[in-house]
Write a new protein. Structure first.
Lengths: 337, 506
């Protein structure tokens, strides 16, 4: 015997929207990602040019030097649309909340060596301003980018960066007994501390880059590709000798996020580089400039953090390792490195 | 070890958000934030901004993910159970077609434009508020697409909504409205969308569509409406906060803001005439008349708002009196336009039946029987004689609102209202003093308008015949367009209903 509910069977007259059927060459059922992402942005017959940028249309392919025959080849491997994006991050955040509770309830930070706690505070808290800068840069992409596929993912990525800036702030509050003093110190370090100035200068320079695709390469591939592994892998590993494991529980969000978001970043770079030799040359040039810059700004930070715990001689090697990993990644994506 | 007291969301928000910002020194602030001064709005203290959302991202993810889970469960269930069979009538879907092709693309545009503000406003507070609204608007665009996707599988006119939005003549009305806001500076954008639209007029736009859904068995759309409600209240709060912030920062801002309020009131009001038509003519089960909605939501609620804003030196928007004079006319005038141009539209119109006419007569005692009933009856007679009226001449459009010139003089409902201006050796035409004023203030902007009728005559819309143009619109001729009577949609609906009520037959 089987359980069978009889339902009204009404034949649909079409399976999906015409723009999806045209794009995929068949009227077949479409995924929610496809229906809500492909070809959603207006393309033509804009009524007025922005009074603040009359050289462009409201959405304009010419806001970047990258040329694409089709701007919908940047499929997000995660297939995020609004619902799936928020559900993914809510789930990640639930894990993070659990970790915060565990660390707090069990007083686990008391077991971390005090000098490492001080060092961790000194590099984690100012970094929230870097994430805030990355938030701005990704909203630049969501603003000026072309096509819903890349701009919606950039908006999610930007929201992630605000979220991580706030995670880093929460860590600060945990370390300063919820007084906010660490946030003030972090702010002062970011604006005036010697080891942060090269990085801050690079972030501010990215703010004024006009080509949004260059911003993408600079922020999401080059700077993040050096800084995230350096901070959340190498620095964190250095902390293990000082019982830093509870801190790893608090920064695990960033590690998971980097893995997750790199899949999208890689898909974008690969598709753009694959499109033409001209694109590849352009992206490779931007990559060369900004990865060199990232290595340069990472060095003083690595010297300071690893030097603080007597591992200063490892700083050069740590930066060289992440740089080599990034170069290998970029080569794999089709860039000339 | 005792657990420390958890911080409230508000306190946490302030510590974790406001302090993220810094004064750039390697690059000048004016280069990092290049767009927030040219409009002449003076901001002395960005920190005086009262953050309306006060959400950290973790709370945002959590709330929104939960809302999405519930919404998609309903959408799935609706789809699985042929929810469309529960509609009052297939004619209701003309309203949904207008919504998907006219409104959903604006939600998307709002997402992009709030992204622009979320990057470019100088203060951290307003920037984060704009970012969250940007995400919310993307949500609305995407959930509307997903909700209405089900209707696309069974009904006509939904299939190529974005293609149509960029081209079809009447969709240039909502498109030009939003393009106008998006091409303005950031403070004008906030005044137009956050204040005039989301705060002052939202009960006359979004709400009638959602209430229409509730009244007509559209469970999917009304669930979306309820789900979006908490987002919308945030946006309304932002709209009011924006205005107060600008007005409090500098006295010199008052006349600039007043001019924007005047402009965007009229721009929004003209767009709402399409909603008025929808309310009075397209809903099989009606919520209230356009006139009643106008009286309740603009004259009463809006009146109280402007009394409140008077202390800043703000007066009610110019021509609000004209809008009130027109309140028993515009829905009928716009329906007449769409009735006669249904062959060029992506939705159906129909001959209004006796019960509907009785309702209109009751709701519009001063105008309907005298001015509009005779026209509807003439058209019904023509249709019964096999000669349903379609107007094959292309209409003249208002350069500003882009609606065909079918509105009448404020004090004479029997005379079409024409206004015009000369600029650069050309003559531009308008439907009203409100639209003329808007043009006259910024003619260099409005001469750029992509006016569908002009574009057709210039040969930019697929060809010289009406059929060429409709194909260029991607209208499926004979299914998407024309009268509801005799349409494939009507036939299918009758079949489905017959299958559904077998006991009722004979």
């Amino acid at each position: 015997m089987s359980f069978q509910i009889k339902t009204l069977d009404i034949e649909p007259r079409r399976q999906t929207f015409a723009y999806i059927a045209r794009r995929f060459g068949a009227d077949r059922p479409a995924s929610r990602y496809e229906e809500a992402t492909y070809d959603v942005q207006a393309r033509t017959n804009f009524h007025y040019r922005p009074i603040w940028a009359p050289e462009y249309e409201i959405h304009d392919e010419n806001r970047t030097a990258v040329v694409m025959a089709d701007w919908y080849v940047f499929k997000d491997p995660r297939q995020f649309y609004y619902a799936t994006y928020n559900q993914s991050r809510a789930a990640m955040n639930q894990v993070l909340d659990g970790n915060f509770d565990t660390v707090e309830e069990r007083g686990m930070l008391a077991r971390v060596a005090p000098e490492w706690l001080a060092t961790a505070k000194a590099y984690l808290v100012p970094l929230r301003h870097y994430e805030w800068g990355a938030n701005m840069n990704n909203f630049t992409i969501a603003d000026y980018g072309y096509g819903t596929q890349i701009t919606s993912a950039a908006a999610f990525h930007a929201a992630d960066r605000l979220g991580m800036a706030q995670v880093l702030g929460r860590i600060g509050l945990l370390l300063d007994d919820q007084t906010g003093a660490s946030l003030d110190e972090g702010h002062a370090a970011w604006t005036d501390g010697a080891e942060w100035q090269d990085l801050r200068r690079a972030v501010e320079d990215m703010f004024v880059v006009e080509d949004w695709f260059e911003v993408f390469v600079a922020q999401n591939l080059a700077m993040d590709g050096i800084l995230h592994p350096l901070v959340f892998d190498h620095f964190d590993a250095a902390g293990q000798a000082h019982n830093g494991a509870p801190l790893s529980m608090l920064t695990g969000f960033m590690v998971d996020w980097f893995k997750d978001s790199s899949r999208w970043v890689d898909a974008v770079i690969k598709a753009a580089a694959q499109e033409s030799d001209a694109n590849r040359a352009l992206l490779s040039g931007w990559y060369a400039t900004w990865s060199a810059r990232a290595v340069q700004v990472a060095r003083p930070l690595a010297d300071r953090v690893l030097g603080d715990v007597g591992m200063g001689e490892g700083a050069e090697a740590a930066v060289a390792t992440v740089a080599e990993q990034l170069n290998a990644r970029a080569r794999k994506l089709g860039l000339d490195v | 070890m005792a657990k420390k007291k958890k911080m409230g969301l508000k306190q946490k928000y302030a510590l974790l958000t406001r302090g993220l910002d810094w004064e750039t020194t390697y690059q000048p602030m004016d280069k990092v934030f290049p767009y927030d001064k040219f409009e002449g709005i003076k901001i002395k203290d960005w920190d005086a901004w009262e953050d309306p959302f006060r959400l950290t991202m973790d709370a945002y993810w959590k709330f929104q993910a939960e809302k999405e889970r519930k919404l998609y469960a309903v959408i799935d269930s609706f789809s699985q159970n042929n929810g469309h069979l529960g509609l009052t009538d297939a004619r209701y879907l003309s309203a949904v077609k207008l919504f998907l092709t006219g409104v959903s693309p604006l939600e998307y545009m709002a997402h992009r434009q709030f992204a622009h503000l979320g990057r470019h406003l100088r203060g951290a507070g307003p920037r984060v508020a704009a970012q969250m609204q940007s995400l919310d608007e993307l949500r609305h665009a995407q959930t509307q697409i997903h909700t209405i996707s089900h209707y696309n599988r069974y009904f006509d006119g939904f299939h190529d909504w974005q293609h149509m939005h960029d081209r079809v003549w009447y969709l240039s009305v909502p498109k030009s409205f939003f393009d106008d806001a998006a091409s303005a500076g950031p403070f004008e954008f906030l005044t137009s969308i956050s204040f005039s639209f989301e705060y002052v007029l939202t009960n006359l736009l979004f709400v009638p569509f959602m209430s229409g859904a509730a009244y007509n068995g559209d469970l999917a759309t009304v669930t979306f409406g309820f789900s979006a409600q908490s987002d919308e209240s945030r946006h309304m709060t932002l709209g009011l906060e924006v205005i107060k912030f600008m007005l409090e920062q500098d006295e010199g801002n008052v006349p600039i803001v007043q001019r924007w309020i005047d402009k965007w009131f009229w721009r929004g009001y003209r767009l709402l005439s399409l909603v008025g038509m929808m309310m009075d003519y397209m809903l099989p089960k009606k919520i209230m008349s356009w006139q009643e909605a106008w009286e309740m939501y603009f004259e009463e609620q809006g009146g109280a708002l402007f009394e409140d804003l008077a202390r800043y030196g703000i007066r009610p928007p110019k021509y609000h009196d004209v809008a009130s004079k027109e309140k028993d006319r515009i829905s009928h005038e716009v329906w007449a336009i769409f009735y006669q141009y249904t062959h060029a539209a992506g939705f159906h119109t129909w001959d209004v039946d006796e019960a509907h006419k009785a309702w209109l007569s009751e709701k519009y005692p001063n105008t309907f029987d005298k001015l509009y009933r005779p026209r509807l009856e003439m058209w019904k007679g023509m249709a019964d004689a096999g000669n349903r009226f379609y107007n094959n001449a292309l209409p003249q459009l208002c350069t500003t609102c882009q609606i065909p010139m079918g509105f009448t003089e404020p004090d004479d409902p029997s005379t079409i209202c024409f206004r015009s201006s000369e600029y650069g050796g050309d003559t531009y035409h308008f439907c009203s003093d409100g639209c003329k004023d808007i043009f006259d203030h910024e003619p260099e902007k409005y001469v750029q308008s992509w006016l569908p009728v002009h574009q057709i005559y210039q040969g930019n819309c697929g060809g010289a015949s009406v059929e060429d143009v409709l194909k260029w619109y991607h209208l499926n001729l004979g299914t998407d367009n024309m009268a509801y009577e005799g349409s494939p949609e009507q036939k299918l609906w009758s079949q489905w209903m017959a299958g559904r009520h077998p006991v009722a037959a004979e």
